[in-house]
Write a protein that binds this ligand. Structure first.
Ligand SMILES: [Zn+2]
Length: 425
């Protein structure tokens, strides 16, 4: 790709000036980025993946120190003779007033009886200027099963910044890094946050004063969380400032941001330390979640009641002629539900949908409630006027009770009373 503007021209010029990665950086990557293993067979015969020498090791520990080369190794119980690993890592450098994150692919091959073999290839470079403007120089991609397949024969040239470059550049950074004076001024010195995209971090530090504030106060956990979640930062920034003033640092920023959002939905003051600095974050989160859900439930049922009230006149006109019907035997009494409120109470105490599904508005049905002599609800009965019989009867959570057949039989035996009431003489 040809450079399209002055910035890209500067990037293309600086791109040619970069030198090979220092051997010390490669050495760091080999010891920190890949997993060093010991092949173990039949209980205690171990082979060091680094120096290839054999030694004996019994025990259940997951790591072991090689007696020959002294490296700490992870024990693998396997019959494999070879293990190949690949991992990306980065270095941060400065060229001609431009910041660059160089991304390398490290490949390591452990083979029994051989020294560990490693090779290191540069894949792409993410460039930033002091204003946070970005460009990428990269090897060409090839079509392949994996998205990060590169043609190693091509040079590292100016390319369009794509998702792949963002994904592969989310890596470990060689700790001896160099950054622009603007980045140092904004707090990028010393240890970098764990699990934080280096280029995103640098861009945020150059363009967002809020990240700069967090970085300068050494709240690395917050930096790592908010750099990749700008929307959360917009929502929670004011609350974060309040919490920081009270020296409050949540153990889990994801949970904390959720709690702030819940507080906002519960119409609580999210600038109040009482709410945004809970001692037990998990308990506070669960408490506000519960409150939010209950409020939503209440709002929903109010809306349903309003809808029901709109149909109340029709309900009384159509159904009031059946209100007097009470069917009973020695233990059970079955009566017609005679108001919208009665439908709501029936549905909420038996946990079924007689109210939500607007059974009061069904033209063809009369709904009855069966209860015992003490007034405990047993089942809800739907009687069809056109069919002249019970079409369903449901107890708690739509299950049948031991009285089911008795209730259905009783109502069916009294079906004539509904038909009489329907067509008065
Ligand atoms: Zn060894």
């Amino acid at each position: 790709m040809k450079p399209r503007n002055r910035f890209e021209k500067a990037v293309a010029a600086s791109n040619g000036k970069l030198t090979a990665l220092s051997p010390k950086a490669v050495e760091w990557a080999v010891s920190n980025v890949i997993v060093h293993i010991a092949f173990r067979t039949s209980g205690h015969n171990c082979t060091c993946g680094d120096c290839g020498a054999k030694f004996d090791h019994k025990g259940k520990g997951k790591t072991v120190c090689c007696p020959h080369c002294g490296h700490r190794l992870q024990v693998r119980d396997t019959l494999k003779r070879k293990e190949v690993q690949s991992a990306y890592f980065s270095s941060l450098e400065v060229v001609d007033g431009l910041q660059v994150q160089r991304v390398f692919l490290l490949r390591a091959v452990c083979r029994k009886g051989m020294m560990l073999k490693t090779s290191c290839m540069e894949v792409c470079r993410l460039w930033l200027n002091a204003e946070g403007k970005m460009a990428v120089t990269s090897r060409a991609r090839t079509l392949g099963w994996y998205v990060d397949s590169f043609n190693w024969c091509t040079g590292i040239d100016l390319k369009i910044l794509s998702e792949v470059h963002w994904v592969i550049s989310d890596t470990y950074v060689y700790p001896r890094y160099k950054v622009l004076p603007e980045l140092r001024r904004n707090g990028m010195r010393g240890r970098l946050p764990d699990d934080c995209h280096p280029a995103r971090l640098m861009k945020a530090l150059l363009t967002d004063s809020r990240i700069e504030t967090m970085m300068k106060s050494k709240d690395l956990q917050a930096v790592a969380y908010f750099v990749s979640r700008p929307l959360d930062l917009d929502t929670c920034w004011q609350s974060y400032k309040v919490a920081a003033r009270h020296h409050y640092r949540p153990s889990d920023y994801g949970l904390w941001c959720d709690t702030v959002r819940l507080l906002e939905q519960c119409e609580k003051d999210i600038h109040n330390a009482k709410y945004v600095c809970p001692i037990d974050l998990k308990a506070a989160h669960d408490n506000w979640l519960d409150k939010r859900n209950k409020a939503a439930e209440k709002r929903r049922s109010q809306e349903q009641m309003l809808r029901a009230k709109a149909k109340e006149t029709d309900f009384y006109r159509e159904k009031s002629r059946y209100f007097g019907i009470v069917i009973s035997d020695d233990d059970i009494e079955i009566s017609v539900l005679d108001s919208i409120e009665a439908f709501q109470a029936e549905g909420s105490s038996l946990h079924h949908c007689v109210f939500q599904c607007e059974y009061y508005a069904k033209v063809d049905s009369v709904i009855l409630s069966a209860h015992d002599r003490q007034g405990n609800r047993i089942e809800t009965v739907e009687f069809s006027l056109s069919q002249g019989k019970v079409i369903q009867s449901r107890g708690l959570c739509n299950s049948n009770t031991e009285y089911h057949d008795r209730i259905v039989g009783l109502v069916n035996a009294n079906a004539y009373r509904f038909l009489e009431a329907r067509t008065p003489a």
